[in-house]
Design a protein. Sequence first.
Lengths: 456, 239, 457
Amino acid sequence: MSSHGHSVPRVWSLSPREIATDGTRRIRELGSLYRLGIIIAAVLAVVGVISLIAGPLLQGYSDRSVWTYVTAVFFFLMSTVAAAPCLSVALRLARGHWRRPVNRVAEIWAAALIVPAILFFVLQGAHPSSADRNSIWMGWPASPWLWSSIMMIALVVCGYAFLYISARPDFAILRDQVDSNPNGFFARMAGPWRGTLKQWAVHDRALSLVGVFYIMLFIGMMTIIASDFIIGMVPGYHSSIFPVYWVVTSFQAAIALTLVTSAVLRKFGGAEKYLELDQFWGLSKMLLAFGLLWFYFWWSEFIITWYGRMPYEVNFLKFMFFETYLWLFVMVIGFCFLTPLFGLMWNFIRRSYMGPTIVGSLVLVGNLADRIRLASMGTTVDDIYAHYFLEVPDTHFPGVFDVLLTVGFIGAAVGVVLVAMRFIAVPSIWEVTGGIWLRAQRQYKKAEVIVIGKPE
Amino acid sequence: MSVRWGMVIDLDRCTGCQACVVACQAENNIPINTEDIFHQRRAIEWIRVERYWEGEYPNVKARYIPIPCMHCAQAPCESVCPVYATYQTTQGINMQIYNRCIGTRYCAVNCPWHVRFFNYWEPRWPDSLHHQLNPNVTVRSRGVMEKCTFCIQRIIRTEQAASADGREVEDGEFTTACAQACPTDAIVFGNLANSESRVAQMAADTDRGYQLLDTLGTDPAVLYLKKIDPDASEQAESH
Amino acid sequence: MQERHSLRGEAITKELLRPLTQTPMVFWIAVIILGGVLSAFAFAVGWMFYWGLGTTGLNTPIFWGFMITNFVFWIGISHAGVMISAILRLTQAEWRRPVTRAAEVMTIFSLMTAMLFPFLHTGRPWRTVYWVFPYDFERGVWPDPRGPLVWDPAAVFTYLTGSTLFLYTTLIPDMALLRDRSTGWRKTLYTILALGWRGNERQWKLQLVAGILLSALILPVFVSVHSIVSWDFAVSLIPVWHASIFAPYFVIGAVHSGVSAVITLMALMRWLFGFHNYLREEHFDAIGRLLVVVATGWIWFFLLDIIFAMFTRDPRELEVMYMRIFEWPYAMLLAFVFVFAYIIPVPVWMFRKYRRNIKVMFWTSLMVNVGMWAERYWLILPGLERKFEFTFMWSWYRPSIVELTLVFGSFALVTFLLLMFSKIFPPVAVWEEKEGVNFAQDIQVGKRTVHATIREE
């Protein structure tokens, strides 16, 4: 087995001590760049909150189209921030070796779950009751508000629990190496963790259980959001594939987010020893696969509707893709499908730092455009009680507050994650160290090979 | 002159006598639908009369609706055929080529009006009826689809006669077997594209017109006329 | 903990090639029984060709029945091969090694069987051969590319070609092995099939690259095949068929039934050929875990399909939905699908103890496929029975004895072909097994020894 002549990644030649030192650096000292990042994010968050109050909140809930961009930024945060932990869970379940440094980069975004949650509760006011209209709730009492809120709270709690369980061994390391105060933050978070065999066994179990539960909650929540905010709000639109498209594109955005975060951490976060070509390669292969899946799910929806040629179906095709939101849609198909396809189909681009980062950023832009398109569709059809619409509604354009609010809340989510990095080691110390134990370089016949341990 | 053959069926005139069904059967060499065939639910009726009830006992009224092929301009059956055995003629007729048909039956599956029929068996007639068969119409073998053709053999014959005389086909010069047989003149056949023709005028003038399953957007060439019965619609609303 | 067997080269070769030379009694009994069913199958086909489709239970408007259901089912089974070998190869899952060959062969045979059915079910099969293939360019008469029934053969034959090439690529080293160890007609056959394989470094490298390329290229085909089969239904206007979710729903259902069929096959091979050292509990364990994920994904699609059909409150959709959820026999069938394809097997697979129990795995996987056959029937038939509001044309469907024979015959056909294959080609890839053994290493972590493998690149 030749290794294509690639150099051996540096991360696996580090000692556990070096990893611990690197991992705790941001926690021991506050860099000036890091401080600047937090300040900018805080300013953006304030701008976001002010424009939310000055814009939609002052105009009230009577006109749903005012809430378009609040919905859009909520969608975008759900498909990036809330989807990223799912990536971490999936990679752990698949037991790839390269994923170890990546996991924390993805799951740290769970810290920002509070931002979409706040937006969700603000948006509940703009939501009509599910009685007498197309809805998965079939007019249940207190639906959709009560039941979707319960799901949302469960999702947020589960996300934080997942992050906490995953970070717990690291808290113990920090307790022992950075802050030895027995009543300090890290000591409290780590609790009685000593790293015994039993504790590790329980930890592994809990991590995968909570993780799987998080994925299920996420998929359930996304199905509800898809139905309540989009499918139920566009008369005649009853595409059963849409929730799947919605979840799959969210995973795509989560991969892109993880790639971009990794690139930023390499550049500014001192993680260049950890997030190496192996990781970018692995993630960009996944991004390519999800780019293809993007097209598959879109096409499956399109071909059925287009072939059926029923007038109301043709109308929502016009509405979604070909007339009202044509340019947004062109942007989405360009950034979410064509860019990953033509960019990442080349191995030399996949195996680089720059290529996947650029493609990842474009996918994020495309995803935002897609979410704006879908949010605009969901909030601008007047008569949501009709069975279908025969006139295609007009395009909805954003105002100044809409733009500020979108930028502001995305900034807020980034800010929360930046703050979380003060307390949680990125990349995870225990996971990278564990990877070193399970890896060896050996001579096999004439070749130098990498041997990877597979416990269980 | 552009041609789109079409039909107007006045349901307020229809008595449900089934003369159209019988006429069609005789004209188009359709095998005899025996009791056995009906039990197999494989009867072939290019035009059939559906009966439904309006109102509730004792105020119940029997209603009839003859259903031939709609000859849709955007026919769902055409695009699904793998071998082009069904296609749209330039005169707006949805045509079946028996020779090309391989019998996938997809067209019938995708026809919302159920007006396409499959020959499950080799068609047979009693000896006494062998000389009755129409020589201008193909006898279909088993394994192919068949359907209403708007009596294409009559259309062709009239067109040929007209072109031999060097003139256009006149409205009412011929009609389909079902229209010809209808005792109450409920079925009118003609060229929808000719605004002078009787069908076109009936279609234009009426406020009773509707099309079956028009929400599917297939643009059928058959228009139904039906006055809305105030009694029945009141009753329907009260439920 | 994995059990590690210290098998070495020659022992592996001997054991894995045993089915080619030794024929147990069970084999002959199976051949006789299957031969009997196959003669009935041939007779039924002849009968149907002679008398026409009147001999089936089809009617107006139920133009599609058991044969189409069976077609969809076998296409579904064929998704096992690529799922197991291509995806697991690309993700470098070590446990795929003993399973790949059987899964790929099953793919090919089930595809061939599946394609038989749309052909048999046409009114004039002889014409189908004549028209669907665009052979006659002189007259300019082509098949209609708008028709889903033209997309179908295109996708299926692409998949068949791809899978066959893929299987053949992985077969070459074994052919060379057999060539060097056989005499007579077998030697001639294997010499031709081995394509001059000498096992030098360049050949191995080419074989590896070809395998990876084919697995990557075949993946889109794999997804497209069942999607296109699903579009046969979904592009039509029939209520409950006209659903955009059909494509991924069919694909994931196919993977569910296909991978289950692989388990059944593995258990049978273990029993028939005594491959206890190769098809080990850990392989059943790994596939069981994979299936829990696949089955759960499938149930999500299943529920989405139902929920969003009712979502619209469209009377036609509701009519059919009502029938297929609450009315006999579809209510029964629905319960059957749920219980057999999900409620019993998945909780069982949650337990490591049962995943490692071959008997349990055999019966649950068989159960899944019975359930999935019923699921295809449940999906396809109710839409045809009601369709639109023309009550005179509402109908029901009972399969005739001819159709039943065809369905049972298709199972016999695939099993028979698999048995015949195992007499000529090794049913477990010998080179892949040896590669796995050679790659096996140990790593010392503290006081523990952990099993490890050399990473493939």
